[in-house]
Write a protein that binds this ligand. Sequence first.
Ligand code: AMP
Ligand code: MG
Length: 415
Amino acid sequence: MEPNDRCAEPTNLTLTDAQVRIQKTIAPITGIEEIPLKQAKGRVLATTITAPIDLPPFANSAMDGYAFCHADLARQASATLTIAGTSFAGRPYPGKLGSGECVRIFTGAAMPNGADTVVMQEDVTRLSDGIRLEKAILPLANVRPAGDEIRRGECLLERGKILDPADLGLLASAGFPQAMVTRKLRVAFFSTGDELQPVGETLAFGQIYDSNRYLIHGLLDHPSIKIIDLGVITDDAAAIKKTLLEASDQADAIITSGGVSVGDADFITSCLAELGKVEFWKVAVKPGKPFAFGKIGPAWFFGLPGNPVAVMVTFQQLVRPALLEMIGSQTKPPLRLMAVCRSPLKKSPGRMEFQRGIFEADAEGNFAVTGIDRQGSHQLSGMSQANCFIVLPIENSRIKPGEMVEIEPFVSASF
Ligand code: AMP
Ligand code: MG
């Protein structure tokens, strides 16, 4: 039986069709947990948070200076005010301002009762018991009103946000010691191939080291993911099926590399069809064509090709958005920019290509990109050297120097 006959599922989808099919098929996982803020970086916020207090909670000074009532100053014959006391951050002035008075105030200190404006200390002359303002000043200057950032009851953070350090600080500023987050996504993965030797062992003739396990581990290494490494499995249908079943028992998603093509030792799609469902197989993308997507029991399945660069391309374009969707985060398409291409690029017809390039900005801020020399899908060194993909649509043919191309910068090496 030809591998193409093994499943009646669509093959050779465009990348966009494949992305849409995955996105339409999968659903976010359920299950949430409350964790301390310090452990919440990289986790997905499970509920929308409204501010329980005004931020800032009280009107305070944005400067070191003197707080006073602007209308009162206008009534004074000369622009002089007497210092009635001091308001420090955390130690407010307890009294109420009288006419002709000001209060020495520091950044973050509460505005005294009766004051609405702060003059910077640089803009006054100190007198023996007071100050003289040397410049005109607008009412309400240098004051941060209560709630000017966020009012009580307004949205502080949206559900689905992957929490970053700013978010942790924001939650803390509103008084939350904990965060309610989506549970971790369990992702099991294994490599397949008779030629694969774990690192640390000696290579026999015909063997290579299993680099994809490290590559995929690196791609999955993220606080929202629990990684389940199931090792290397030989090109043996029974062994692959056993491992797939083991994976589907423990994981929300399964990722494999290798064995997904049409060779005599490629068993992944037939095993997937036997144990579960092949949703689609093969995508018109280079590298990465033999990518397969399906389901085994409750777990979504992503069959990545064996070539390491194809692993990276299919992970970033097809798996990453799916995992983000599963953990309930807002999926953002990767940032793409236009750049002048400085080198000629070969492009074969019929597939969208993700070539590897190095981009930089010139003095005017325009982007230019050069394709790296080693473009083979087995040449991981090229991926390591590059800082972007050069994204060539299906219909593109060869690119001449000076033509504009789309690039996708590598924003982060992991998830
Ligand atoms: P396959 O998709 O199994 O036909 O493999 C395609 C190419 O990727 C072959 O050259 C394999 O030796 C190589 N390959 C497969 N799995 C891995 C792996 N885990 N690490 C490094 N190379 C691999
Ligand atoms: Mg293989």
